[in-house]
Design a protein around this ligand. Sequence first.
Ligand code: HEC
Length: 133
Amino acid sequence: MKHIPYITSLSAFALLVSWNAIVLNTTAAETEIDLSDVKVTKETVELWKEHCSSCHGNDGKGKTKAGRKAKVKDLTDKKYQASFTDTKGFLNTKNGMKDDKGKEQMKAYGEKLKDDQLKQLIKFVRVLPDKKK
Ligand code: HEC
């Protein structure tokens, strides 16, 4: 009866695969973010100034020394805004961004900032074009 352990481990493997599929699916569904109920508050502006404006500028245009160096794009530009979804912007801020050569463009903020703070910041980014005069 040498075959039994083999079969058992095979079915255990199959179980693991399907379990992973379930877990990964729920994670994907959870990370699809919805900003409709998120509010920009004083705290959001403070967080932006503390963590983001060195590159993106207080106004989001990125006309700062560090911003030019990191080659940030103008976040008040509607075309640029349309190039990323809320979820992509959220995940890129959370996990960081690298260019094609693997050079860091924006670091990962997932350890410093909580998800709800990151959501507020993405909402803040979204209202930047409306503030532009
Ligand atoms: C070191 C400079 C730097 C800092 C600090 C920084 N960013 Fe960025 N950010 C960048 C660069 C560079 C890009 C990418 C530009 C590009 O698409 O080529 C970027 C892109 C983005 C994008 C667009 C993401 C996408 O999917 O295209 C968002 C949203 C964003 N940043 C938000 C933030 C927020 C929120 C903070 C503060 C928590 C922050 N950034 C801090 C440099 C920075």
